[in-house]
Ligand binder design. Structure first.
Ligand code: ADP
Length: 609
């Protein structure tokens, strides 16, 4: 509610500002205010002498023969004592001396405050004198053209004055406007505002004014009223209590009777201020939001910010331009939409840019690590080859030693070639550029080879390697790749275990599959780490802290190799207690691996630790 109130207030303040920036062109209208001002009160008696003052004024006005006389002083009660009765009679007579009189009425708390019947000449029209009922800040921006209570309805005094001045008999109504003569007045009727509010386009020049004391003292002034529309009321701001603030500013309060005059002038001028419809406001807000989205979708960097600022400026200026064309557009909604959407789109864009930057940084890091992997993994065979060849060249070695060195160079260079091949094969397999070999080989043979190769490493760390018999079963696929996978799992088990522990490997047939498990008693991993270890280049903090070198690429390759063989890898682990990597692969020669027991998308069954 507070937000709604504040929003309305901001829109109203913006309206008042626009108002001051766009004064209507002054025109000569028919309205004249005949005012009971301070001078009148001091010369002709105070407020208690109101009725005799009115009487004298009306007599003089009648001499001027105006077209319409609208009286803005409620003459609700009648006097009881003889002198008051005489005053009232005189006033009633003076009223009747005028033609086309509009008497005031007011709807207060569902009760009409009508003038006493004595003051209403036959054929006189009643016009209500209620001002802005929607204004919460006391600024009079609009008047309700119609007011109704029960079955009785009354038009505003200014509207009745306009109708009579135009010589029109009827006021023709439609939901969107009312029509008098051929003047269409855009005062919409709807459920929310059934009183047809009309914004008054105040002129900064007051309606021409004649003081009652002058009019009474100088009979020749009455001639100025010929064929005019006279609004008779109190213009003394000190005694009337009817000081009204208009959008022109709090420094320029005007009396109530002047408001009627200004409303009449607005009707006469025929240039109206109308509120933009709710759907138009909504449409503009949606358009602003779409534009903000498009700007930051299509543009980047300073052009985007420049276009965003232009959009904000447009949202700021548009109500001003519309106002000049008589359309009152709320300030806050579209401006707030522009701010929020521009800020939102800019934030979103910077997030996306940052994410892309992060992605490219990750890719660069990966590339660096791939280079690191190649240099690191290949360094040891290269060093062996380099050292052996140097020794052979520099020293005179005996035949046996020379043969040994040559054999070492041969085996290490083969290992190097295999390593490069594996790396490339896995990359190509992943890219779908290569078909997997489909040769049968025994698990027993495969694990023996791997164990042989890992043994020196295990012995150095005093780790006991156990192969749980029987390692039965055959596999179908690429033995080289599978060897890389098993070897990698075994080296990890050794690398990430402390001295004196055990690493065991076992293989069991399981419903058409072979379940190959490698279990250690090492540092283990927690659940969070387990989720990431198959991601390339990921290494656990524990592994980094252990001082064991690694690149974090091995397991991702193992995972790919296993997948390409139609299998899946799973891990269970407890930090500080050990890990168990289980590879489930289709057994070669198994007639029917039980469907559903294991599919590529399913995790292997949990493995006990
Ligand atoms: P790395 O070259 O770092 O060993 P891997 O891809 O083979 O790369 O392994 C990824 C990470 O998974 C390792 O850095 C380590 O943190 C963790 N890891 C792999 N095997 C084990 C294991 N048996 N015990 C504890 N942690 C392991």
């Amino acid at each position: 509610m507070i937000v709604g109130y504040l929003g309305t207030q901001i829109d109203n303040d913006a309206y008042d500002l626009l108002f001051r920036l766009n004064p209507p062109a002054p025109v000569k209208t028919q309205a004249v205010v005949v005012g009971i001002d301070d001078a009148t009160f001091s010369a002709m008696g105070g407020t208690r002498r109101m009725r005799p003052i009115l009487t004298q004024a009306l007599l003089r006005i009648a001499e001027g023969q105006p077209k319409v006389v609208a009286i803005d002083i409620l003459l609700h009660d009648q006097g009881r004592d003889p002198s008051s009765i005489a005053e009232d009679d005189a006033l009633a007579t003076a009223i009747r001396k005028n033609r086309n009189v509009i008497m005031p009425t007011n709807l207060d708390d569902d009760r009409w405050e009508d003038p006493a019947p004595i003051f209403v000449p036959s054929g006189a029209v009643l016009g209500h004198i209620k001002a802005d009922i929607g204004s919460r800040d006391g600024v009079m921006r609009e008047i309700p053209l119609s007011r109704a209570s029960g079955r009785r309805r009354c038009w505003a005094m200014a509207l009745e004055a306009f109708r009579i001045a135009r010589g029109a008999r009827d006021i023709v109504e439609s939901p969107a406007d009312i029509e008098i003569g051929n003047r269409r007045i855009p005062a919409r009727y709807d459920q929310e505002r059934p009183d047809r509010p009309l914004r008054i386009w105040y002129s900064s020049d007051p309606v021409p004014r004649i003081s009652v004391v002058d009019l009474v003292g100088k009979p020749e002034l009455a001639a100025q009223l010929k064929d005019k529309v006279v609004f008779l009321g109190v213009t003394s701001l000190s005694s009337s209590g009817d000081r009204i603030t208009t959008p022109i500013g709090p420094g320029h309060p005007i009396p109530g009777v002047e408001v009627h005059g200004q409303a009449f002038e607005t009707l006469e001028r025929g240039k109206f201020l109308t509120d933009a419809s709710d759907s138009a406001v909504l449409g503009v807000c949606v358009l602003v939001a779409i534009l903000a989205g498009l700007i930051f979708h299509r543009l980047a960097g300073w052009p985007a910010y420049l276009a965003g600022a232009a959009l904000l400026a447009a949202a700021l200026i548009a109500p001003f331009l519309l106002f000049r064309n008589g359309i009152v557009f709320p300030y806050l909604g579209p401006l707030l939409t522009a701010w929020l959407t521009v800020a939102g789109a800019a934030t979103y864009q910077s997030l996306v840019v940052r994410r892309q930057l992060r992605k490219s940084e990750v890719e660069r890091a990966r590339y660096r690590q791939a280079i690191h992997f190649v240099t690191h993994e290949m360094r040891s065979p290269l060093t062996a080859i380099q050292g052996s060849s140097e020794m052979m060249g520099r020293y005179n070695l005996n035949e046996d030693k020379r043969k040994q060195m040559a054999a070492m160079i041969n085996s290490e260079s083969k290992r190097l070639a295999r390593m490069i091949q594996t790396f490339l094969d896995v990359e190509r397999l992943a890219d779908g550029q290569m078909e997997l070999k489909r040769d049968p080989f025994s698990v027993q043979n495969l694990t023996q080879t791997c164990l042989e190769r890992v043994r020196p490493l295990a012995e150095r760390k005093n780790i006991n390697m156990i192969a749980a018999e029987p390692l039965e079963g055959d596999l179908l696929g690429d033995r080289e790749l599978m060897e890389y996978a098993v070897y990698n799992l075994l080296t990890n088990a050794v690398k990430y275990s402390s001295a004196g522990t055990e690493v065991s490997i076992s293989c069991h047939p399981d419903s058409g599959f072979l379940r190959l498990s490698i279990k250690d008693q090492g540092m283990g991993m927690d659940a969070h780490e387990l989720k990431q270890i198959f991601t390339r280049f990921y290494r656990t903090k524990r592994a980094e802290a252990s001082g064991e070198s690694g690149t974090g690429i091995g397991l991702s390759i193992v995972d790919q190799i296993v997948k390409h063989h139609g299998g899946r890898i799973g891990v269970t682990s407890t930090p500080g207690k050990g890990s168990c990597f289980t590879v489930l692969l289709p057994a070669h020669g198994a007639t029917n691996p039980i469907p559903g027991q294991y599919t590529r998308n399913k995790e292997p069954r949990a493995v006990e630790k």
